[in-house]
Design a protein around this ligand. Structure first.
Ligand SMILES: C[S@@+](CC[C@H](N)C(=O)[O-])C[C@H]1O[C@@H](n2cnc3c(N)ncnc32)[C@H](O)[C@@H]1O
Length: 239
């Protein structure tokens, strides 16, 4: 599997890989990877698979999937960036993965839900798009070092993953991160737990190693519902 071979190093207390990634053509879905990761993790983690998030999200994508528009933050920034290698973290059904591929990026989308990834794969085929989709548990995935020109994270939060995301950017690479804040609790839908909700002003503090290019937080109207979101764009400094 591209992206997790090579030697492991440690960043922020977690394992990262220094792989030789070659993202080939065609919408490829590597669901078996989740089992490979699981075996690696037996040595390093007491966690037992399958992760409850996988069951939860598989059910949601199977029973209640609704196509949504891509992030406007992402679309706005894509106009300024030159296509290269991109990673869409917790990509789900590919809401943002597929627009990246459409604009010439070589995209790797990773998510814990094979059901979500199958939806992304199906739509990629319909649109003749080339993407790589890999089922991984991000709480244990060994990210590659200095691999991506762009990393996107939308509506997912794992604070422990943040230093690894910064390390997975190439020097000069860009991170675009948008997810819910605690203000979402006043509105219908979205996560409720502290672990999944950002405090006001918290997102930039999770990436002290990146140069901040943009930060905003507030309430946006989307599909007739209010969403309390924080959006951060940062760049890894050139070495
Ligand atoms: C709210 S959805 C966001 C999906 C997509 N980023 C978007 O904006 O449409 C959250 C995603 O996080 C994924 N996820 C949750 N826990 C995960 C984990 N431990 N590892 C990988 N993905 C995970 C879920 O499967 C789900 O697709």
């Amino acid at each position: 599997m591209q992206g997790v071979d090579g030697q492991n190093e440690r960043v922020g207390g977690r394992s990262v890989a220094a792989p030789v990634a070659r993202l080939d053509k065609g919408p490829r879905l590597l669901v078996d990877t989740i089992h490979t990761i699981k075996q690696e993790r037996v040595l390093t983690s007491p966690k037992i698979e399958p992760h409850p998030h996988r069951l939860h999200w598989d059910t949601r994508y199977r029973d209640a999937y609704q196509e949504r528009l891509p992030s406007s933050l992402l679309l706005r920034w894509l106009r300024r960036l030159r296509p290269g290698h991109a990673l869409d973290v917790a990509c789900g059904a590919g809401r943002n993965t597929l627009p990246l591929a459409e604009q010439g990026w070589q995209v790797l989308g990773v998510d814990i839900s094979p059901v979500g990834l199958h939806i992304a794969q199906r739509v990629a085929r319909q649109r003749s798009l080339s993407v790589d989709l890999v089922a991984v548990d991000l709480t244990t995935w060994a990210l590659p070092l200095a691999r991506f020109d762009l990393i996107c994270v939308f509506r997912f939060l794992d604070r422990g993953l943040c230093p690894l995301l910064a390390s997975a950017l190439r020097p000069g690479g860009t991170l675009i991160y948008e997810t819910f804040t605690v203000a979402q609790r006043a509105y219908e839908g979205g996560p409720r737990s502290e672990a999944l909700l950002l405090k006001s002003g918290e997102l930039p503090t999770l990436f002290p190693m990146l140069e901040q290019l943009e930060y905003d937080e507030g309430i946006v109207e989307e599909d007739g519902r209010s969403r309390a979101l924080a959006g951060f764009v940062g760049r890894r400094r050139e070495e």
